[in-house]
Design a protein around this ligand. Sequence first.
Ligand code: F6P
Length: 308
Amino acid sequence: MNKKIAVLTSGGDAPGLNAAIRAVVRAGNYYGYEVIGIKRGFKGLIEKEFEILDARKVSGFLNIGGTFLLTAREKRFYYKEYRKKAVENLKEKNIEALFVIGGNGSFQAANLLVKEFNFPVIGIPKTIDNDTYGTDYTIGFDTAVNTAVEAVEKIKDTSMSHERVFIVEVMGRNSGFIALSTGIATGADVILIPEYPFPLHVIVDTIVSGRKRGKNFFIIVLAEGVAKAQELAPIVEKELSKYGNFGEVRYSVLGYIQRGGSPTAYDRIIASKFGVFAVKHYIDGNINFMVSLENGKIMAKPLNISFN
Ligand code: F6P
């Protein structure tokens, strides 16, 4: 009987998930393992939604967004009885390790399987937010930034043509990585991120002094973790009106377009490398680790790096 490992995707989808699953499956098969795909993340783990994956089943997915294994945020995993059930399901199928392609929340849940039941878990970091502890990079971030950059550039055309101030709200949960990268790549006038709060007068001063230097349009890239664009726009508008006629401040919320779409070449490559590294490192005798990119090098870090 073949040795078995299992793979699932959990939490919000991110471009490159399919590429990562594909890499785990093909590397697993290469090293003689049968790879079981678990549907709908931890939900499928509890409900035994298992299917055997092989090279052919993961063919054609490398460039496709979303996750063909489906994903979910499973609340039942907060309860030990369900985590116990999950481990029983894995053991019943003779699965010896679980590969979780997820972010902070999923790794935290996965780590409980290690802590409570000593079940081997390997984490592969993904999220468009790039906010997973222990790694400089998470699968999906590059694609999300490129999507946001493209959108901001389109909005810039309107901003220039109408000489308007625009606020563009990007995702990122409580982190400002998407906003910062998007803002730098588009030459935004103001970038608002939770990690480095600006008072209102700095935003207003930047725009007012820009106008004095002859600039007629302004782009503010706003991380969702700072404020809602809908609420910030009238505040900035009111404050600016004290300094001249800046017109109405318009806003766009980019939302879920940042989560979908075909992964960039970078995300396809990093997802493939993460997946292969995860399997190879496991085969070499390591358990309970997460894959990490640090200073350009792929390495393993303890899975419990941020939640002991
Ligand atoms: O973590 C990815 C992300 O898209 C965040 O940027 C955002 O805050 C959140 O997920 C939205 O979550 P949901 O899919 O539950 O709406």
